[in-house]
Design a protein around this ligand. Sequence first.
Ligand code: PLP
Length: 456
Amino acid sequence: MLTNDQLAQWDRESFFHPSTHLAQFARGEAPQRIVTGGEGCHITDRDGNRLLDGFAGLYCVNVGYGRRQIIDAIARQASELAYYHAYLGHGTEASITLSKMVMDRAPKGMARVYFGLGGSDANETNIKLVWYYNNIRGLPKKKKIISRWRGYHGSGLMSGSLTGLELFHKKFDLPLAGVLHAAAPDYYRRPDASMTEAEFTAYLLKDLEDLIQREGPDTIAAFIGEPVLGTGGITPPPAGYWPGVQAILKRHDILLIVDEVITGFGRLGSMFGSDHYGLEPDLITIAKGLTSAYAPLSGSIVGQRMWDVLCQGTDENGAFGHGWTYSAHPIGAAAGIANLTLIDELGLVENAARTGAYLRARMAEALGDHPNVGDIRGEGMLCAVELTPNRATRASYDPVGSVAGPVVAEMARRGVIARAMPQADVLGFAPPLCLTEDEADTIVRTTTEALHATLR
Ligand code: PLP
């Protein structure tokens, strides 16, 4: 079977796709891909293409496609008990076992895990927990949340407000009041090229401290950040950033929410980004890698000091008035158990560190001297190649995105999926954690060829 025009037509006529140019798609001007299968690091589509998925879907298919253990676990769970809710103390063997497995892997100091469906809803939950916490503590004014420009935390009303990307605010009346954004920890895009990394860190910490002082520390409840900026450009923090941020937050009694939707369960070559950078979170957001996207499931891991106050809150106010019908869905939980087991069995956290480093090293060898490559960076199984028309000035293309988009399209024609990251000309790579060195070589070769073909 090659093309299926009926399906393609239904797609253009019926399907409202997320993060898509709606009008162009409906008119048939924007690309369309109908995906039919996946095996290991590759997907296949209806046009007969087999593509190496250098972005693991949306940095989520961490164990790769077609894993029999997870598929069988889902099927078994569906036939035994496809659904029961988790309200009022109800659980299933799968949801209880997965909560134990998550807590066994969580950084120290964490007390419980609440399960949702996706990263956005987990961050909505987190902010409600923070507000509840400060109400119970008798601090009703302490409610504002600090996020960062270029952070990504989802696209709900609150999570979309936390996201620091203009595309997710413009025309949606976001961000909501009470959400503040600190400067993006992106050394390549530092305001002054002469700044050392240490000076840039000092600049970021001063920006954060100034923001807190301007708003009043007694009005600020929490700070949320990804260990490594993801959708905002795959940007590891400058040295000293996280210890400095944590010291400021502690000084002002501000909670730390670490959004590990991308980094949780191995992507950085450590089980959690919090371990990787020595963070002491009050809340951790998890999703994607929890089930490797075989079924939707997310979570909020709650630290002990918050948990104690939440318990006090229910003693004072009755049951906790928050939950989703599909919280801790047994099919998601069964997928999660099989997925975390597989990550351990295959040593994928170690492979993320080893093969991820190999991928970046090969990328730097191939493209480090290219006149339009300004920066090659990443951590664990994450890699970004930032493009510029002028390496000396670090200028941006006009319009932004006009080069990364065509390069990524050219790569797909050559059989490799990369992602043109929004708001800058950045080629993003977040392959499955089971990537081999041969596959890494294919990604690098295809990136190089596509870049030359596009810029020629
Ligand atoms: N947080 C981070 C760091 C993410 O990367 C994402 C999605 O990419 C989200 C939250 C939102 O997750 P979801 O798309 O599952 O709602």
